[in-house]
Design a protein around this ligand. Structure first.
Ligand SMILES: Cc1cc2nc3c(=O)[nH]c(=O)nc-3n(C[C@H](O)[C@H](O)[C@H](O)COP(=O)(O)OP(=O)(O)OC[C@H]3O[C@@H](n4cnc5c(N)ncnc54)[C@H](O)[C@@H]3O)c2cc1C
Length: 290
């Protein structure tokens, strides 16, 4: 926990998105949106004088239609973990990531929007959303825009959001038939409140034993969550066997750019990426449905 002087003087509950963006642009760097507060109240940014609560914006929903699943930014992890929409098919990767985060008490408060907007390189939901090819809808003074989630993360704790913008919702497109996905996480002490030493999500679309398409996302190994593009290219269009999976896992670990920090050495992280990617790919194969 950072020791800092965190005593915001103002608290606002805007009634709609326009009011929220107006408040954001008026206060600039002195304002922060607050959802569950489970990151913000730990980080305590000292420059913040005004909190803008997203709770009144009706962004707590999970909806499904013919195009896919849409999740409001203020949807809690607990709701995602328990939703039947994430209990089957490749979409289980999201509830798998959510249920691997923190404790039930934190998951009751914490939101999907807060997890990705905090932009921690170790955030769990980011990886699941990346392998599902999600897009994010952003709202600001100039209206709304949509970005692929991979382009949303720019650096440690830095997203593509401008000062007047907020995240409204996340859209997950329908995956093709024959797709399976999985999420795996290694923690330092393997307790519920440990952040990931490394975390991995994979998604494969298979026909017979052939890989038609692949996604591999890696966390806690760079300044932002990354796709292992070379490993994906190696797998695509090939017959999936143990040798190929092992090779893809080794390549993915070379694509990682880990650092030494309190949770692990860079060397250990790199080794563990290979182990986790191999296991996650194997699990995804068993989940490919035709
Ligand atoms: C004990 C503990 C254990 C934890 N374990 C894990 C873990 O295992 N894995 C993990 O990934 N995280 C973990 N976290 C971190 C945290 O719980 C999650 O990142 C959570 O999802 C944050 O959501 P929140 O709603 O609480 O965000 P908040 O703290 O409310 O906000 C976080 C950031 O996002 C911004 N924000 C929030 N909503 C929006 C929006 N709609 N638009 C734009 N910006 C927005 C805020 O301004 C702030 O900068 C843990 C935290 C604690 C306290």
């Amino acid at each position: 926990m950072k020791e800092g002087f965190f005593r915001p003087r103002e608290y606002h509950r805007p009634n709609n998105l326009q009011e929220a963006t107006w408040l954001l642009s008026s206060f600039g760097k002195r304002a922060k949106l607050i959802a569950g507060g489970t990151d913000l109240l730990v980080n305590k940014p000292p420059e913040v004088e005004c909190l803008i609560d997203v709770a009144s914006l009706d962004l707590n929903y999970i909806r499904k239609d013919g195009n896919g699943i849409t999740i409001g930014a203020a949807t809690t992890l607990d709701l995602i973990e328990r939703s039947p929409m994430f209990s089957a098919g490749p979409y289980v990767v999201l509830s798998e990531a959510a249920s691997n985060m923190a404790t039930p008490t934190v998951r009751n408060m914490a939101t999907i929007g807060g997890n990705i907007c905090n932009a921690s390189p170790a955030a769990d939901l980011s990886l699941a959303l990346m392998v599902l090819d999600s897009t994010v809808k952003i709202y600001g003074l100039d209206g709304s825009r949509v970005l692929p989630i991979g382009a949303f993360f720019e650096d440690v704790n830095k997203t593509a959001l401008a000062e007047d913008e907020l995240l409204v919702e996340i859209h997950i497109p329908m995956s093709p038939a024959g797709t399976g996905a999985s999420f795996l996480k290694l923690r330092h002490h393997q307790t519920a409140i440990d952040l990931a030493v490394v975390n991995v999500a994979t998604r494969l679309t298979c026909s017979d034993d052939f890989c038609e398409d692949a996604r591999i996302a890696l966390g806690a190994v760079a300044k932002r969550p990354i796709y292992a593009e070379k490993a994906k290219r190696l797998l695509t269009g090939k017959r999936l066997d143990g040798k190929l999976i092992q090779e893809a896992a080794e390549i993915a670990s070379k694509e990682a750019k880990p650092i030494d920090d309190v949770r692990s050495s860079a060397r250990y992280r790199r080794r563990m990426i290979a182990v986790l990617v191999k296991r996650a790919l194997e699990l995804s194969i068993t989940r490919c449905e035709t």
